[in-house]
Design a protein around this ligand. Structure first.
Ligand SMILES: Cc1ncc(COP(=O)(O)O)c(C=O)c1O
Length: 446
């Protein structure tokens, strides 16, 4: 039985015969989604999982940014079991239980901003984003939203309107919620302004802020914009870290125009970057934060944390049956304790090591065009050549496939990137061994 302390993957054949049977059945009965690798899990602990054929892998996806405290952390499992024995559901929208109020109180205290806050609980990231859209429209009585090109905020019709990372998310789905205007994101490596954002970060930030003003002077009535939505670090769109002073300038501009700033921390939050919230690296206090994924360490839960002054003044304007489920809230309280008990520091420490290894790979290999990230939210971008920066999704996919066959489960991001998001409990030996295997995979495809 795996423990989570294994120091290296052990691979026999992938996919094995048992995995193939599951994959075939899945193909027959499940909706087509975004399957990325033939990984069929049997059990998982910490950063390690065993598949149904006895292969042992390192999970460098954390279930897409969910199990930040590691798979099946014993304290989370215990919290789930204890709550499940008391009651599993009681509709926190209509009635009361303490675990939900306790978690809400904790979230309001641990999010930036020294003002009174309230929490809306949903079940998924997209629901938290929808909640932020509805709440900002309702409370400001303004109709428009602004968001960034490259952003991913979810796939429901409101969240999808904000999402602008890949056409496949939007093709054949129009009309989504109307009233969203997109502006370029300050992507230092690739942006429509032709600015090298690593060399000229201020110039890039100014170009984006000026672009906002340009939209206000031509077609966006600024007094009708309810909120600007931004990920602190763009996730699905490519793990893009904006220049250090971007959010300060964005916040200044938003406040000048009386627009609320919603910081989507659904992927970047919960300690992943070495701070509880990724926005803490940028020195601002956003008006609203959305959280999900790692919030309950594997159980479905999301939260929109917003100023109490923006709360609904009527009952029934927004609500959902399962939001703030007691078992999920109990898991979340346990996960927060674990994160605050040393894992966030470990994310910063191991993240520094990972960033160093990825930068070295960037310096050594022509096809690694960029390496970027904060803490344990890191990515590389694969290109045909450093000079031309031509995207190379096929080479990227080949690296991901080779890494999988060596026992490292990875996911792409953006058009040509690979993200590295292991659980924050990873240790130095595990990280070093995984980076060695990744480097082998890169060399093999060159
Ligand atoms: C930043 C961000 N926002 C929102 C979402 C949507 O979350 P969900 O898939 O739970 O609806 C995601 C999912 O990847 C995300 O990364």
């Amino acid at each position: 039985m795996i423990t989570g302390n294994e120091t290296a993957p052990v691979i026999k054949t992938v996919p094995g015969e048992n995995a193939k049977k599951i994959i075939e059945k899945d193909g027959s009965y499940l909706a087509t989604t975004t399957k990325a690798a033939p990984a069929a899990v049997k059990e998982a602990r910490g950063i390690v999982f065993e598949d149904v054929d006895g292969n042992i892998f390192f999970d460098f996806t954390s279930g897409v940014g969910v199990v930040n405290v590691g798979h099946c952390h014993p304290e989370v499992v215990k919290a789930i079991q204890q709550q499940a024995e008391k009651f599993i559901h009681f509709a926190g929208t209509d009635f009361y239980y303490s675990v939900q109020a306790e978690l809400a109180q904790k979230l309001t205290a641990m999010t930036p901003g020294n003002w009174e806050k309230k929490v809306y609980f949903g079940n998924s990231g997209a629901e938290a984003v929808e909640a932020a859209m509805k709440m900002t429209r309702w409370s400001t009585k303004k109709k428009f939203f602004m968001a960034f090109i490259g952003a991913f905020h979810g796939r429901t019709m409101g969240a999808l309107a904000l999402t602008a990372s890949k056409p496949v998310h939007k093709r054949r789905f129009f009309p989504w919620t109307p009233g969203v205007v997109h502006v370029p994101y300050p992507n230092p490596y690739r942006n429509p302004f032709g600015i090298d954002g690593y060399d000229e970060p201020d110039e890039l930030v100014n170009a984006v802020i000026n672009y906002f003003e340009y939209t206000f002077s031509h077609f966006v009535p600024d007094d009708e914009v309810a909120a600007i939505f931004s990920e602190a670090i763009q996730g699905e769109g490519g793990y893009v870290v904006p220049p250090k002073n971007f959010f300060r300038e964005l916040m200044k501009m938003a406040e000048e125009h009386h627009i609320l700033l919603v910081d989507d921390e659904i992927q970047a939050g919960m300690g992943r970057t070495g701070k509880m919230w990724a926005i803490e690296h940028f020195g601002i206090e956003p008006h609203i934060i959305t959280s999900s994924k790692a919030l309950a360490s594997g159980l479905p839960l999301s939260a929109c944390i917003y100023p109490a002054a923006n709360d609904y003044t009527v009952s029934g304007a927004h609500s959902t049956t399962f939001g703030g489920n007691p078992v999920a809230c109990a898991a979340s309280l346990a996960a927060l304790d674990i994160l605050q008990g040393g894992l966030i520091e470990n994310a910063a420490k191991q993240g520094t090591l990972m960033a160093k290894r990825l930068q070295e790979m960037k310096d050594s290999y022509e096809i690694v065009g960029d390496a970027r990230g904060i803490g344990l939210m890191q990515a590389i971008e694969i290109v045909k050549s450093k000079e031309g920066k031509e995207i190379a999704p096929k080479i990227r996919d080949a690296i991901v496939d080779r890494a999988f066959k060596k026992g490292i489960l990875l996911l792409g991001c953006g058009v040509s990137g690979i993200r590295f998001i292991p659980p924050l409990s990873i240790n130095e030996e595990q990280l070093t061994n995984a980076m060695d295997l990744l480097e082998e995979a890169i060399k093999e495809v060159m």
